[in-house]
Design a protein around this ligand. Structure first.
Ligand code: ADP
Length: 487
């Protein structure tokens, strides 16, 4: 068990700007609710444009010192933050379960992952370098790799800790400062990480968190003239708005948007493994509220009926309930999401008839929807094309490899794709031909902080995580000196 000396759950949370907890300029607040009960769990400062202004100024003021800090010292600070986060895993997990609703063991894993991200980028801080370019004896040519400046991070509610950490850690490691606007549903984790990071030695102003709503705080941040990079994770619709705001200022934008991941199962697959992953790939990861989920099941016609029967048995065993009781699935994040996901039960009933499995909302307080499978869905149905972001799985059959890849690619999204097969050649043909930023072979979510993550097509622009993300938080400067040809 951790020491958990740093953080306690509070009833009121302020913004975190310039190393201090401060009220919003107009003293506004909003309530955060527990999605398992709908009860108010905290009152949080409602940041708006003036607060964004204040935070961007603080991040700007901190920039010169932080970017000039010796990379080794920056690395040590990030390492200290990782240690402090690890010491607070339990509290971070409890807060996450409270505000997001996810099962506590999943939240613990996420809190560990948050510390891992700081560790990984601590290791990178002193390894970011340019290159020497051969232009002949007359020239010395080399590049610097410099930070961009003040980075903006607009985060969603489904992974409040790890999505915060993956972009903030690399931004800080590479000498940038940061202003974060967490989702209005889940601001507590972000504020807590910022507090922990500050106490672990991050200078005032290097990391600021302005809580509030998208239009009031997110939009002024995305369009701020003194922001040098925007990282957004969320819906395609909001991503488009963020990209438009950033474009007005010629600010680069990293966008990690939706997905409709095809999970393709061949008859030669290890069936237990494929079934476990069909469940883990959608239902038990934040109850399907996950962009990288396996949210379209493509099963070969020879095993389609048997696979679905076995899937139903597995779903029978899932417990749905409040995250604090550590069930397999928690609630939807809020009423809006609950209503949206519920509406897809009607869409499915119209498109393919009664669900093969489930199709029910739970008769209890909170935003609970049971695991649901619609069999016989066509790949061009709304069920198969639209991102539902909940525990509703359309199952589609295919007859051969060619059809599987065509169906897998027949989507506007391209974030993740997975294949279950014992045939190594087939798995690699799939990986070669599928249009997705991440391909999983025989394990859904086979990825880590070390691996690049991001989307093809409408799933986004840029890559998070891995050393590849370093590119998105730095820019190159070429230096070319004519030194004369000499004797
Ligand atoms: P969801 O994942 O619930 O569809 P969004 O994609 O709209 O949510 O939200 C992801 C993040 O973007 C949240 O922090 C939200 O507050 C923020 N956001 C929402 N609307 C805007 C906007 N117009 N400009 C900037 N940020 C926004």
């Amino acid at each position: 068990m951790s020491s958990d000396s740093t953080v306690d759950r509070q009833e009121k949370y302020q913004l975190f700007v310039d190393g201090e907890h401060v009220d919003a300029e107009n003293n506004g607040t909003f309530d955060v609710n527990d999605p398992a009960t709908t009860d108010v769990i905290a009152e949080v400062a409602r940041g708006r444009e003036a607060d964004i202004e204040y935070a961007v100024d603080a991040a700007n003021a901190a920039l010169d010192d932080w970017r000039r800090t010796n990379p080794k010292a920056r690395s040590e600070t990030l390492r200290d933050i990782a240690v402090a986060l690890r010491a607070n895993v339990e509290t971070l997990a409890q807060l996450t379960t409270l505000e997001n609703g996810k099962p506590i063991s999943e939240a613990r894993g996420e809190a560990e992952g948050c510390a891992d991200a700081f560790d990984f980028y601590a290791g990178i801080a002193d390894k970011v370098h340019g290159e020497q370019i051969p232009r002949g004896r007359e020239y010395v040519d080399f590049t610097y790799r410099e930070p961009l400046g003040v980075t903006a991070h607009i985060a969603p509610w489904n992974f409040p800790l790890s999505i915060f950490a993956r972009s903030v850690a690399v931004a800080l490691a590479t000498g940038n400062t940061a202003v974060v606007k967490p989702a209005e549903q889940t601001p507590l984790g972000a504020l807590t990480i910022a507090k922990i990071a500050h106490e672990a030695g991050l200078p005032d102003g290097a990391l600021n968190v302005v809580t509030g709503f998208g239009a009031e705080a997110g939009a002024p941040l995305a369009g701020h003239p003194n922001i040098d990079c925007v990282t957004f994770t969320g819906s395609v619709e909001t991503g488009r708005k963020v990209a438009e705001l950033a474009a007005q200022q010629i600010t680069p934008a990293n966008l990690e948007l939706g997905g409709k991941g095809p999970n393709v199962v061949f008859p030669d697959a290890d069936m237990d493994l494929a079934l476990d992953n069909a469940v883990a790939g959608l239902f038990t990861m934040v109850s399907g509220q996950c962009c990288s989920a396996g949210s379209r099941l493509l099963v070969h016609e020879d095993i389609y009926d048997e696979f679905l029967d076995n899937l139903a048995d597995r779903l029978d065993a899932l417990e749905v309930g409040p995250g604090s009781e550590d069930p397999d699935m928690g609630p939807m994040i809020d009423e809006g999401q609950y209503e949206k996901v519920k509406s897809y039960l009607d869409v499915g009933r119209k498109e393919v008839g009664e669900p093969f499995y489930g199709g029910e909302v739970l008769d209890r307080e909170g935003y609970f929807i049971g695991p649901t499978v619609f069999a016989g869905a066509s790949n061009d149905s709304r069920l198969a094309q639209e991102e539902i972001f909940g525990p509703i799985l359309p199952a589609i059959s295919f007859s051969d490899e060619q059809e599987a890849i065509e169906k897998a690619n027949d989507t506007e999204f391209g974030l993740t794709a997975g294949i279950f097969t014992a045939d190594l050649n087939r798995a690699h043909r799939f990986a070669r031909d599928v249009e997705a930023g991440g391909v999983y072979i025989n394990e859904w979510f086979a990825e880590g902080i070390e691996t690049p993550f991001g989307g093809f097509k409408k799933s986004g622009i840029g890559r998070e995580k891995s050393t590849e993300a370093v590119k998105h938080y730095t820019q190159s400067k070429n230096v070319c000196a004519n030194i004369g040809i000499g004797e």
